[in-house]
Design a protein around this ligand. Structure first.
Ligand code: NAD
Ligand code: TDX
Length: 345
């Protein structure tokens, strides 16, 4: 078992990275976390509030900046009394499909070039590298077919976002095979939970209702996503980082398949809205029909089990979080909705 003492968490001010930093603070008090985050529109320093100061170092910077990344490993870059960085857990990315359709440039830069910079750092320093990726690299499945994605599904990304994530996965595999970087990859399905940006499906609909805006459903809402609590994703990442086999890929999912319209109906019902109180808007060009994860490998090999499998309960907790944190999301709401309006979404 690998026992990390100091993890460099990239993108730790974003949705999943921040949840992971909190997860470490709660569950592994012996591990120091350094977050590097560029604080793009998707990142907020305050997402890390509450983590004890002596366990967290925050660096505001870009993963594409190789000089800055290297400086984190030098004496000057790390704190006295803190162990040297012995692992990178790489979340930083441009993460939203609709944005990638408008402009792919930042996706290629951060997701591809940025991953390259971090792999080179891991190679130079001989440290462990865990890459956070997505099931979208496998393209999509047909509605209603029994098949799910497995670790041997062929790569077939559909959007500029998922193509850039597929490219980053291939870089990680190549750096492991060619240079022996001790790398693992996880490809997870759709996460939900606190700190998720209001551009994403579930937070957008919840905050629309809270703000008096009608929820927006793409097309007929028949596309299916496989929802997992971000908390369960975090426990899977920890297990792969510490006990995963080097060079391997693990798929992460919690059997949470729902169509978009079913998710929206659940949100409407739980927030006391009529079942038809939403608008149909433009579908996403090239939008994927269905994602579904077969998580047999991580369950049998590493003994991982999701704990938060009651989706209705998870939605209630998420609704309660957004209702209680209006100050967190209100500043982003108008600009996000305006951008969608221009796209016909
Ligand atoms: P997010 O957009 O909420 O957060 C991304 C973070 O990365 C932000 O804090 C942003 O400031 C930071 N960042 C962006 N560019 C950067 C750069 N050049 N240098 C440093 N920091 C930069 O994304 P998320 O939903 O938390 O996703 C995190 C990771 O998980 C991504 O790699 C994504 O592909 C993957 N993933 C997400 C999901 C999901 O459902 N959200 C599912 C599977 C995999
Ligand atoms: O307002 C909306 N209405 C709607 O019907 C939005 C924002 C989305 N949708 C639909 C499009 C998708 O079918 O909901 C589904 C989910 O959309 P997103 O939240 O944008 O997620 P998705 O495109 O599935 O990608 C997410 O999961 C995989 C993350 O954003 C990615 O980072 C991750 O890799």
């Amino acid at each position: 078992e690998f026992r990390p003492r100091h993890i460099l968490v990239t993108g730790g001010a974003g949705f999943i990275g921040a949840n992971f930093a909190h997860w470490i603070a709660r569950n592994r008090p012996d591990v120091h976390v350094t977050v590097i985050d560029a604080l793009t529109y998707a990142g907020k320093r305050e997402n890390l509030d509450g983590i004890p100061e002596d366990r967290l170092t925050f660096v505001h910077g870009d993963i594409c900046d190789a000089v800055l990344v290297e400086s984190l490993f030098s004496r000057a870059g790390s704190r006295s009394g803190v162990a040297p960085i012995d692992a990178i857990v790489h979340f930083a990315a441009e993460s939203h499909n609709d944005n990638s359709i408008l402009d792919a440039a930042p996706f290629l830069r951060t997701n591809v070039d940025g991953t390259y910079v971090l792999l080179e750092a891991a190679r130079r320093h001989g440290i462990r590298f865990h890459h956070i990726s997505t099931d979208e690299v496998y393209g999509d499945l047909e509605l209603g077919e029994p098949r799910k994605f497995t670790e041997s599904s062929p790569y077939k990304p559909s959007s500029p976002y998922s193509a850039s994530k597929a490219a980053s996965d291939h870089l990680v595999r190549a750096w492991h095979r060619t240079y022996g970087v001790r790398a693992t990859i996880s490809n997870c399905s759709n996460n939900y939970g606190p700190y998720q940006h209001v551009e994403k499906f579930i937070p957008r609909q919840i905050t629309n209702i809270l703000a008096g805006i009608r929820p927006k459903l793409y097309g007929q809402g028949l596309a299916v996503r496989d929802w997992i609590s971000v908390e369960d994703h975090c426990s899977a990442i920890w297990l792969i980082l510490t006990r995963g086999r080097i060079g391997e890929t693990y798929l992460v999912g919690a059997d949470g398949e729902y169509s978009n319209i079913d998710v929206l109906r659940m949100i409407l019902a739980r927030m006391g809205q009529p079942a038809d109180a939403f608008d149909h808007v433009n579908d996403r060009p090239g939008g994927d029909k269905r994602y579904a994860i077969d998580a047999t490998k991580i369950m049998t090999e590493l003994g991982w089990r999701p704990r938060y499998t009651d989706f209705a309960e998870g939605l209630d907790a998420t609704i309660a979080w957004y209702a209680a944190h209006r100050d967190w999301w209100e500043p982003d709401k108008a600009a996000t909705e305006e951008k969608y309006r221009l796209q016909g979404h």
